[in-house]
Design a protein around this ligand. Structure first.
Ligand SMILES: *[C@@H]1O[C@H](CO)[C@@H](O)[C@H](O)[C@H]1NC(C)=O
Ligand SMILES: *[C@@H]1O[C@H](CO)[C@@H](O)[C@H](O)[C@H]1NC(C)=O
Ligand SMILES: *[C@@H]1O[C@H](CO)[C@@H](O)[C@H](O)[C@H]1NC(C)=O
Ligand SMILES: *[C@@H]1O[C@H](CO)[C@@H](O)[C@H](O)[C@H]1NC(C)=O
Ligand SMILES: *[C@@H]1O[C@H](CO)[C@@H](O)[C@H](O)[C@H]1NC(C)=O
Ligand SMILES: *[C@@H]1O[C@H](CO)[C@@H](O)[C@H](O)[C@H]1NC(C)=O
Ligand SMILES: *[C@@H]1O[C@H](CO)[C@@H](O)[C@H](O)[C@H]1NC(C)=O
Length: 626
């Protein structure tokens, strides 16, 4: 009897001891320089390096990792009023061999179990069944490096506020406000450099602010995102705070170097010198600073040529791989005339003025491409791919050899390549009028007439049809979108794979889930592209009224209301529109953009619809599944 009460007493003492330990650790204010001594719970692919660096994912595909502060935070007072909070953290996204992906998020969640979530666009936080559901009670701030059109992403380098799902309620391209110059400066999330973010919520004002800046800068005076938000329905007395990141077919390492958190007050500031350092990046590309060498070129080609220099883009690399694979087994006649034309590095370097910044034609997450002059009448640009292994380089060159054999009047020709150390430069044919997106979405080019547009659409269709090869062993393009369509001097369309950005273009629903490009996903992307061309607007325009944000939905509404002609680009005159052709294109677009891939027509059929060789199915079919 006595011994029992003694043991009960002991266990009560022990329990009290445990509780007091727990509550002393239940801090609502913490400052971690590295995470060696942090109270951190790790899930999925997360790990902490001996230096204290937290890695949420490495550059393997389809990983997801989370890490949470070990104790819940009371975001509501005992009288159920919201509490202000402030957090700051330093993160870095370093990309793998190709384009970066998919991103990283700061998360406030009632649960820490995300084992049922999906990687890729879902950032390891949601899956297709719970995405957007208010039961989730999750607030996240995403740092997203892939444009998922079906998630309404604005670009492939943005910051967004997410409530209960990955479709952001507010987002902006990554940038910070420079206090001294009083202007916004854009920032590349996946640059590999540490970036500091501040997320602050004032419960009185119900304002959530998100601010970011390179680590070495002081805090900008103005936030990037500022949004009035009643978080009463989301937060509770016990929500967990932490991070999540994921990769897909494009990958990055997602790191957190330090984390500071506080409620009812400002988060403490970091001592930058105490933060762990990042692992050494894989040997950086060696920028060529060599002066232009005037070297006689071994060609009489008087055609204009561009060399596009683009750093490795996984999307493109994967696409090329697929191209290659299918090509080899297609059984079609391939004329091997001894490989693609090989350019010397000096030729390409001198053509681009040593990759001079004045020759830079564009730059995105996936890299930069240059225009250059090879000879008085010959211009070049290099798509620069940095290979991480010898094997990758060998494979890539073999692929270029194959691709350079593909010739079709609506495809951009690959002329050859050059390789130096771990870099490969792909040389393309120059197409003088630039890319279609500038004609459609910018006002700095002449307005395309209806007959131009119809002709461009049919050109793209025949290029894709050629690749798909009438449904025999097909070549998948994998990145059909306006910025990959170039226009020649007569405004004929030329489909290329300049691999700008890591946007996967207009992504079919099944592609989000499987990450696999197929002929069906090409057809979907082409369907959306047709609508963009007719309507002169992008697939997703978040600033439009809700029913117009998604172009596909808006066109579908127009179809149901018998009002399709009203959807045309208003810059075209009504007189020039050929109603029969406009309806044909938009209805074909709706067929192609069917959510169910089995319901989409094959490219050969699409071309027959557009050529009038085959009648469209009855209108009733268009209602299904778009
Ligand atoms: C990523 O981590 C996993 C599990 O630790 C490992 O198997 C894989 O090799 C790693 N990938 C890279 C690219 O380091
Ligand atoms: C209860 O809510 C009010 C605001 O509505 C706040 O001022 C007060 O501090 C809260 N009480 C406690 C105990 O936190
Ligand atoms: C989605 O996630 C929720 C919450 O983790 C889980 O209950 C559900 O089973 C998941 N659904 C699927 C289809 O995986
Ligand atoms: C900077 O960006 C913010 C957020 O996108 C915007 O509201 C503001 O007008 C911009 N300021 C300047 C000076 O461009
Ligand atoms: C958010 O930013 C706005 C605009 O700069 C500022 O007035 C407000 O005080 C900020 N609120 C918080 C909680 O930081
Ligand atoms: C929230 O805003 C109110 C009113 O602007 C201000 O008095 C208060 O200090 C702010 N609270 C925090 C925690 O910043
Ligand atoms: C915030 O939302 C809660 C319910 O979710 C509601 O009771 C409350 O009145 C709202 N507060 C404001 C200021 O709108």
């Amino acid at each position: 009897m006595a011994s029992t009460s003694k043991s009960i007493a002991l266990s009560i003492v022990f329990l009290l001891y445990l509780i007091s330990c727990a509550s002393s650790q239940r801090e609502t204010t913490f400052l971690n320089h590295g995470f060696l001594e942090a109270n951190l719970l790790k899930f999925g692919s997360s790990k902490v390096y001996p230096s204290g660096l937290l890695e949420l994912t490495n550059t393997s595909m389809r990983q997801m990792g989370q890490a949470f502060h070990g104790f819940p935070i009371p975001f509501l007072n005992p009288n159920s009023s919201l509490i202000s909070f402030s957090t700051s953290f330093v993160f870095a996204i370093t990309r793998g061999p190709g384009a970066p992906g998919h991103g990283f998020a700061f998360v406030i969640s009632p649960l820490m179990d995300f084992s049922k979530a999906l990687p890729s666009n879902y950032l390891g936080l949601f899956n297709s069944s719970n995405n957007g559901k208010s039961l989730n009670q999750i607030l996240a701030v995403e740092f997203d490096t892939v444009q998922a059109v079906e998630m309404n992403d604005i670009d492939d380098n943005h910051v967004g506020i997410d409530l209960n799902g990955v479709v952001s309620i507010e987002s902006a391209p990554a940038a910070y406000f420079d206090n001294r110059e009083a202007k916004n400066i854009s920032l590349r999330l996946a640059s590999g450099d540490p970036i500091r973010a501040w997320i602050e919520y004032n419960a009185t004002e119900m304002m959530l602010n998100v601010t970011l800046a390179p680590l070495e800068r002081s805090k900008p005076n103005l936030p990037l995102l500022s949004r009035k938000l009643n978080l009463s329905g989301i937060l509770s007395e016990e929500h967990f705070v932490g991070f999540s990141a994921s990769t897909g077919t494009v990958t990055s390492s997602h790191f957190v170097l330090g984390w500071s958190f506080n409620i009812e007050g400002k988060a403490l500031d970091f001592d930058i010198t105490k933060l762990p350092s990042l692992p050494d990046p894989p040997s950086p590309p060696s920028p060529s600073l060599s002066p232009p060498v005037s070297e006689k070129t071994n060609t009489n080609n008087t055609k204009l040529i561009i060399i596009v220099a683009v750093a490795a883009s996984a999307t493109v690399a994967i696409m090329i791989l697929i191209l290659l694979g299918f090509w080899f087994f297609s059984g079609r006649q391939v004329f091997f005339t001894g490989g693609a034309r090989k350019f010397s590095y000096q030729t390409i370097s001198s053509a681009t003025g040593g990759f001079n910044s004045s020759k830079l034609m564009g730059e995105r997450n996936s890299g930069s491409f240059y225009k250059g002059q090879l000879a008085p009448t010959e211009i070049i640009a290099v798509k620069r791919i940095t290979c991480t292994t010898r094997q990758q380089k060998t494979t890539l060159i073999a692929e270029i050899d194959v691709i350079s054999k593909i010739r079709q009047k609506n495809l951009v020709n690959v002329l050859g390549y050059c390789s130096k150390r771990n870099e490969v430069y792909i040389v393309y044919e120059y197409i003088p009028n630039g890319s279609l997106d500038r004609f459609l979405f910018n006002n700095d080019r002449p307005v395309l007439t209806w007959s131009d547009r119809f002709c461009i659409i049919k050109g793209i269709a025949s290029a894709i049809q050629y690749l798909h090869n009438d449904g025999q062993k097909p070549l998948v393009h994998g990145n059909v979108k306006a910025s990959n369509v170039l226009l020649d001097e007569d405004l004929n369309s030329r489909l290329g794979d300049y691999g700008q950005g890591s946007s996967t273009g207009h992504v079919a629903p099944e592609l989000v889930e499987t990450g696999k490009v197929t002929c069906d996903t090409d057809v979907y992307a082409f369907g959306v592209l047709m609508m963009e061309i007719v309507c002169g607007r992008k697939a997703i325009e978040p600033t439009k009224p809700p029913r117009e944000i998604s172009l596909v939905n808006w066109v579908l509404q127009g179809f149901k209301e018998g009002d399709l002609l009203q959807r045309c680009d208003s810059r075209m005159t009504r007189g020039e529109l050929v109603a029969r052709e406009v309806l044909l294109v938009l209805k074909t677009g709706l067929l192609c953009a069917n959510r169910s891939h089995e319901a989409r027509p094959m490219m050969k059929k699409v071309l027959q619809f557009l050529d009038g060789a085959e009648p469209l199915p009855h209108d009733d079919y268009l209602f299904y599944g778009v």
